[in-house]
Design a protein around this ligand. Structure first.
Ligand code: SIN
Length: 292
């Protein structure tokens, strides 16, 4: 069998981003050419209209944007999210007292699990899954607890033309039943049924018009309309493909940092490598549209 390390045709993905015009009201320092940008020169408590336009552009160009040294109250975090759309209510996760849209992200030495420990896009089991998520980490472990992000446009573009043709028009079932019992340690009572939905495997981003791979190990259960063994084989291939580090960046958190990712074209994976230490913050999630 040929080693996956051997290639004589250049990189798997030949991605040459446009040399964008400079930003005027913020700075954007790219983490990699393919995904991630750290935004500077902005206080998220006080954003001008021009800065808002440039934040939209930075998100579209970088897919996930990061901010350092931000000092937001819970209300200011929610207000920042509302500037991008209606807020999404998580079907299962616990929230901050009095703020149902402020999801608790927390793991410590007694936690049975940590949020997001596996590749996923947020709540893709919803018929209208969230457009974006804004995670504000206030307390970091001494080391570890990074989050990895992967570019699903790039994962799509790096597929062979044969595979793109095969996947075009197929849908997959996404299911949130794994939430059952997941937050029992917070006293969360299970719903009778968690959301589920069928979504296109290749979705078109409503803002950029670009195609992105839209299946994830966290929520996708099977591909509709093909034999189950074939579905399992194809999904396993796609999960392995999208986890290629070529499509990724890795964010090292510091206290009072924020990551804002676009769930329509990004998957993420949170590392729980810091036990027995504590990592905590809150996530505001922005509602989205039905994928097409
Ligand atoms: C999540 O929203 O999936 C959690 C991500 C993280 O804690 O880094």
């Amino acid at each position: 069998m040929m080693s996956s390390l051997r290639s004589r045709n250049g990189p798997r993905l030949k991605y040459a981003p446009d040399e964008a015009a400079p930003y005027e009201t913020i700075t954007v320092d790219k983490l990699t050419p393919i995904i991630g940008g750290e935004v500077g020169g902005i206080d998220l408590r006080d954003i001008s209209n021009r800065q808002m336009d440039e934040l939209h552009r930075a998100l579209a160009e970088n897919l996930v944007i990061f901010f350092r040294d931000q000092h937001l109250s819970q209300e200011q975090h929610l207000d920042f999210g509302r500037r991008f759309g209606d807020l999404h209510l998580h079907p299962a996760a616990p929230s901050a007292p009095g703020h149902p849209e402020l999801m608790i992200i927390h793991a410590d030495k007694d936690s049975p699990r940590a949020n997001g420990e596996g590749w996923h896009t947020d709540v893709s089991c919803d018929p209208e899954p969230p457009m974006g998520s804004i995670l504000y980490i206030r307390h970091c472990p001494p080391r570890g607890g990074d989050t990895l992000f992967a570019n699903m446009y790039a994962a799509y573009e790096a597929l062979s033309d044969r595979m793109k043709t095969y996947l075009e028009g197929l849908t997959a079932r996404h299911d949130g039943e794994h939430y059952r019992g997941q937050y029992a340690n917070y006293g969360v009572k299970d719903k009778e049924r968690y959301p589920f939905a069928d979504h296109p495997i290749i979705r078109t981003h409503p803002v950029t018009g670009r195609k992105a791979l839209y299946v994830n190990e966290g929520f996708t259960r099977y591909i509709n309309g093909i034999p189950r063994d074939e579905s399992t084989g194809v999904l396993q291939y796609l999960y392995k493909h999208m986890a290629n580090p070529l499509f990724q960046c890795r964010f090292r958190w510091r206290e009072n940092s924020i990551a804002f990712w676009d769930n329509r074209c990004v998957q993420h994976h949170a590392m729980w490598d810091y036990w027995p230490h504590t990592r905590s913050g809150h996530r505001v999630t922005i509602a989205g549209d039905r994928p097409v």
